[in-house]
Design a protein around this ligand. Structure first.
Ligand SMILES: NC(=O)c1ccc[n+]([C@@H]2O[C@H](COP(=O)([O-])OP(=O)(O)OC[C@H]3O[C@@H](n4cnc5c(N)ncnc54)[C@H](O)[C@@H]3O)[C@@H](O)[C@H]2O)c1
Length: 338
């Protein structure tokens, strides 16, 4: 069987996806491509490092990507600059990875006749959802941050390539993910690890921004449902309807972890912060028969336990040691290229 290329799989969702794939579909040959930016951590792939081939490359590097895509039976693109706050400080890396990188993949999928390409997008492309509404896949894109705008640009490029060249591509737009291996600058791991370290919990504005939470393992099964049964050219929203305000979520964590609400510290809101994300996922559930398996309550408990059990993993990231460690172990180009 030909190999499947998974990009960005040294990051949070991509690494969980490859773990899931190796355990659920052990026959699949997997090639992981990752540039190892600050968010990429080979430690996320350590337990399955003998099951995969790792290539350190930038998805915008056409030559390197042609090499891995030749003979592949598909590509799933998780690679992206993903942190909204960072996009407010500097948008250029977002345009490079999230826009140029996706066009490079599209051109190669066309040229090398790769049979299937799944672009992983986000609910943030729709912008803020007014109370009482949920966005479906036909709704207009209205991104509010450079991150969301770069992901929306990629979605348009994918649709243009499908329309013009019948490139065999599909798109998923997922809601907020949480679970193991999430970089501790994102809301949930930041709060969980700060609670463990008894540090203040910075809450943007009034904390009433609402998000729809999807456990990363449920995201993996939804991505696989789209990969196997999705229609070329179609977009699929992935979510759960588990909608919670950030402040409420943080108070739940504090209660479960038996810590004081005095740790909560309100800080100036992020400029242009979207108030609410909400997805209509009926296409995923009715057309593809996907079902959520992990409730928010179970998922939060399991995630807290994972961060408790894997303290060295997040402590080394928070202290910046992991990059030094991996460069010492593998050199700057990563293990597969030594
Ligand atoms: N985290 C969420 O809640 C969420 C929700 C919906 C959609 N998404 C999307 O899912 C995907 C994965 O998100 P994540 O949270 O795992 O991100 P992440 O930041 O944890 O990981 C991104 C990975 O991509 C790699 N990367 C970045 N630029 C690259 C490039 N040019 N070439 C090769 N590799 C590159 C990084 O090294 C890192 O390993 C992204 O496309 C994101 O937009 C994320």
């Amino acid at each position: 069987m030909a190999h499947l290329v998974v990009t960005g799989a040294a990051g949070f969702i991509g690494s969980n996806f490859v773990h899931w794939l190796c355990s659920e579909h052990p026959d699949r040959e997997v090639v992981v491509v990752d540039k190892l930016t600050y968010a990429g951590n080979l430690g996320n792939l350590e337990p399955i490092k003998d099951r995969i081939r790792f290539v350190r490359a930038d998805i915008a590097d056409a030559e390197a990507m042609a090499e891995v895509l030749r003979g592949a039976d598909g590509i799933i693109n998780f690679a992206a600059e993903s942190h909204v706050d960072r996009s407010l400080e500097a948008a250029a890396p977002f345009l490079h990875s999230n826009v140029v990188g996706v066009q490079v993949i599209l051109d190669l999928v066309k040229e090398l006749e790769v049979p299937r390409f799944l672009q992983i997008s986000t609910d943030e492309v729709y912008g803020s959802a007014p109370e009482g509404t949920r966005f479906n896949e036909e709704d207009r894109l209205n991104p509010s941050s450079p991150y969301a705008a770069s992901k929306a640009a990629a979605d348009h490029l994918v649709q243009a390539a499908v329309h013009t060249w019948t490139v065999p591509a599909l798109i998923t737009r997922a809601s907020n993910n949480y679970g193991p291996y999430q970089f501790p600058e994102k809301l949930l791991p930041l709060m969980i690890t700060n609670i463990m370290e008894e540090k203040p919990l910075p809450v943007y504005g009034d904390g009433m921004q609402k998000r729809e939470w999807l456990h990363v393992h449920d995201h993996c099964t939804a991505v696989w449902a789209v990969w196997q049964r999705g229609e070329i050219g179609r977009i699929y929203n992935l979510g759960t309807g588990d909608e919670v305000a950030n402040l409420e979520l943080i108070k739940t964590l504090l209660a479960v972890m038996d810590a004081s609400e005095e740790l909560i510290t309100f800080v100036t809101d992020r400029p242009g912060h979207d108030r609410r994300y909400a997805l209509d996922i009926s296409r995923l559930t009715t057309e593809l028969g996907w079902q959520q398996q992990i409730t928010l309550e179970e998922g939060l408990q399991a995630t807290i336990e994972w961060y408790r059990d894997n303290r060295p993993w997040w402590e080394s990231i928070k202290s910046g040691q992991y990059r030094e460690y991996y460069e010492r172990m593998y050199g700057r180009r990563g293990p597969a290229q030594q």
